[in-house]
Design a protein around this ligand. Structure first.
Ligand code: SDX
Length: 431
């Protein structure tokens, strides 16, 4: 028996088969069970894909036990310290950091695509003022599929590149327009003299009646948050983009599906839910009472911003964001931010509690990010939109990787059927 084989024996039938074991460049090996149904007439059963590798990828690597996160091999800590979001987007899309010339061309292309078609802008008028910004962003991104007929051949590399640049360029404009619509304020057009994140802040907070100066500290803090949120392997929203995209659908429609999946409080919606939770707890003396509810199986409440499917140690992004909170709040003169103080106290108590220790529940990327968004003046309803804005680079990188793979197949999982066996129709008189 060769070393790189996995042997499977069905004890009931006595049939034994072997399956290839594939080793990645780093990380766990995988067993290729794609012929299992043909060999044994069985499917694997793995609800939530706890132990299932859905694809091969070269984009991002996570070691959940060691708390490691690499974008195309570069540690998140180094990128957070030395790079910027647009350069990280280039890295995720292309696999390598850009040369000066490559980055200059990429920035120029992004700048040429930041405006929205005026018909798309008018679509916001159809939303009520209290529409959740994530609903608006998902709808507007999906509606981009109704435009750009010049570049819809997903098997044309140049069309794919234009799509990638268009959606990365426009997502800040789409996000800012959702915010302005919610405020009832006029839409602010993008400016090509500002860099990516400064431009987003300008579209968010400028008004036509006076000049608006983007605070470089705000832009730097937000850009760092975008780097940290840019990609994360096969998370739920990225897997949604891959599954939708595997049908060959319009790429804007696939990205919109990712926006919708991210919105859930178990995923990207957690950053908004953390602030709601901190507000509900109110003060540090109420933390033990809240944690008692979290541990009570009869109570559905969870400690939002804690726990992760992959990280069974500290989420490296949470460490960086917690340090950022200290620095950004101090720079903003907000040294006694009550929400941050409460979050620190909540983390301190939870990390000493056996319930969380036994389940390896640590703060994740969403635990502290909302505190910084709030300090930058970004309202809670926009927190998950910020996550979607940053994650667009990762979604696009995975879509590009999948579509360019000649071995791509439509994703179509099977099931363990528990419904009724075949039965005959009974006329209504006989029921
Ligand atoms: C993101 O996948 C990604 O990479 C996501 C993300 C990305 O960048 O794309 O990292 C972004 O989505 C971060 C996660 C944000 N979500 C939250 O903060 C919501 C709160 N956390 C959870 O609901 C939960 O931890 C998940 C959804 C994140 C992970 O859930 P799992 O892996 O399915 O684990 P589980 O629900 O099976 O929980 C295992 C045990 C259970 O207890 P028992 O049944 O064994 O007694 O841990 C408990 C759970 O009840 N548990 C929690 C908890 N998270 C898990 N208990 C209280 N509070 C929590 N937050």
């Amino acid at each position: 028996m060769s070393q790189n084989k996995f042997q499977l024996k069905n004890l009931a039938s006595g049939k034994t088969t072997e399956y290839a074991i594939h080793q990645g460049s780093v990380g766990p090996e995988v067993v290729d069970i794609s012929t299992l149904y043909r060999d044994h007439g069985m499917f694997t059963f793995d609800p939530g894909f706890m132990a299932t590798a859905s694809c091969e990828s070269r984009v991002t690597y996570i070691d959940g036990d060691a708390g490691v996160l690499l974008y195309r091999g570069y540690p998140i800590e180094q990128l957070a310290e030395k790079s910027n979001h647009l350069e990280v987007a280039y890295l995720l899309l292309n696999g390598e950091l850009p040369s000066e010339d490559e980055f200059s061309q990429f920035k120029h292309s992004i700048h040429r695509h930041t405006m929205l078609n005026e018909s798309l802008r008018k679509m916001y008028d159809g939303f009520h003022h209290d529409a959740h910004p994530m609903a608006m962003v998902a709808a507007i991104v999906a509606s981009m599929a109704a435009f750009y007929h010049d570049t819809t051949d997903i098997y044309n590399a140049r069309h794919r590149e234009i799509f990638a640049h268009r959606i990365i360029a426009k997502i800040p404009t789409i996000a800012a327009a959702a915010y302005k619509h919610a405020l009832g304020q006029p839409f602010i057009y993008p400016r090509n003299d500002l860099d990516y994140t400064a431009n987003m802040l300008h579209m968010f907070f400028a008004v036509p009646c006076e000049p608006y100066r983007v605070d470089p500290l705000h832009a730097k803090a937000l850009d760092l948050l975008f780097i940290l949120h840019a990609d994360h392997e096969q998370n739920a929203s990225t897997s949604t983009v891959r599954l939708a995209g595997s049908t060959g659908c319009n790429p804007y429609a696939a990205i919109s599906a990712g926006v919708s999946a991210l919105w859930g409080p178990a995923h990207g919606g957690a950053n908004e839910a953390v602030l709601d939770m901190l507000e509900e707890i109110g003060s540090a003396d109420k933390v033990p009472q809240f944690l008692a509810r979290v541990k009570d199986k009869q109570d559905s409440v969870r400690l939002m911003g804690f726990g992760h499917r992959v990280y069974k140690n500290f989420d490296p992004r949470a460490r960086i964001i917690r340090e950022m909170c200290h620095r950004v709040l101090a720079q903003l003169g907000d040294t006694n931010n009550p929400m941050f103080e409460l979050a620190l106290r909540l983390e301190e108590i939870a990390l000493k509690d056996d319930y969380f220790i036994a389940r390896k529940l640590y703060p994740n990327v969403d635990f502290y990010s909302g505190i910084i968004y709030s300090a930058l003046g970004i309202p809670r309803s926009m927190f998950t939109v910020m996550f979607a804005l940053a994650r667009t680079a990762g979604w696009v990188a995975h879509w590009l990787e999948m579509i360019a793979d000649p071995a791509m197949k439509i994703s179509r999982p099977r099931q363990l059927y528990r419904g009724p066996a075949q039965r005959d129709y009974v006329a209504i008189e006989g029921r």
